[in-house]
Design a protein. Sequence first.
Length: 89
Amino acid sequence: MKTEVVHENNRFIKTVDGLDCELEYLIPEEGFINFFHTYVPEQLRGQGLAMEIIKEGLDFAVNNKYTIIPSCSAVRLFIQRHPKYQEYL
């Protein structure tokens, strides 16, 4: 069963088999969003779930005109692989 990514409490969450995959962020000041933590439970890794929630988070940032601060290494790697997000750094 395909589940949606939910956005709540400064997190993007996708629940798979009862386990939460998440991307956390902070708004350190107006106009900026800092993605600082991505987590996927070990048994769910390798399925592209982190990339899915990161894309959702970055699209949210772009749509809301935030400058992106990619403190999380997974977010930095995603942006390197998807150059369209680099202009929002």
